[in-house]
Ligand binder design. Structure first.
Ligand code: ADP
Ligand code: MG
Length: 204
């Protein structure tokens, strides 16, 4: 993933977030406060504006800029979590597929350090963790990055869908306890879009 591909990833993610903002907020309305789409769209709009205004010099600078912009512009739990994700990616990012996978892993580790989410807590982690496991497995078996990210996207979407039957144990949705069951988690949904955007960016 060179700078151009990473930039394409971020722009594609911003496009998907804008396209799905209403849906993400509707998901959040069921188990939270109906702002996840608004939050993420505000953040990714600011990220694209920053990219247009000051194009970063390299991949690490890009990740840093995205992370800092998200932390600054997104209210709610998701801003610091996605912000941390990109800030932690920065030092690990490199040009080949393995380095990209390692950087994504560092990002998810940062999300866990910050939010203490575990598998099954009904959060973005439940889409990200299976996606990264699928990505690592595909790369290890010799699949190229394009194919590996396609497999990671399928795993992220499966993880997203599996949050429907989970009881929320982190964030605002956890206040609902059992009543959170039967709804897909909004953060897992935006996280699946993040992986899908990467698959699109390497393919095109
Ligand atoms: P808020 O809950 O503050 O309104 P958002 O609605 O933007 O923030 O984001 C909610 C999403 O954030 C949830 O759907 C969940 O995926 C994610 N989330 C919340 N708390 C955590 C956490 N501790 N760890 C990981 N993800 C979390
Ligand atoms: Mg919310």
């Amino acid at each position: 993933m060179d700078l151009d591909r990473l930039t394409a990833w971020i722009r594609e993610y911003a496009r998907l977030i804008a396209e799905n903002a209403q849906y993400l907020s509707d998901l959040d309305a069921a188990i939270g406060d109906a702002d996840h789409g608004i939050n993420m769209d505000r953040g990714m709009t600011a990220v694209v504006a920053a990219l247009d205004e000051a194009p970063p010099a390299d991949a690490a600078a890009l990740c840093k800029q995205v992370g800092m912009t998200l932390v600054k512009s997104v209210g709610g739990a998701s801003g610091p979590l996605y912000g941390t994700f990109f800030l932690r990616m920065a030092p690990a990012i490199g040009s080949d597929g393995a380095a990209f996978a390692a950087a994504l892993r560092a990002g998810v580790d940062g999300v866990v350090q910050r939010g203490r989410a575990e598998a099954g807590d009904k959060t973005m982690f439940d889409a990200l963790a299976p996606a990264l496991d699928a990505l690592d497995a595909a790369l290890a078996s010799g699949t190229d990055l394009t194919g590996a990210l396609a497999e990671a996207t399928t795993a992220a979407e499966k993880g997203r869908d599996a949050t429907e039957s989970m009881v929320a144990r982190k964030g605002r949705a956890s206040y609902l306890g059992q009543r959170s069951v039967g709804h897909i988690d909004p953060g897992a949904t935006s996280a699946a879009l993040l992986i899908g955007a990467a698959a699109t960016a390497v393919r095109t």
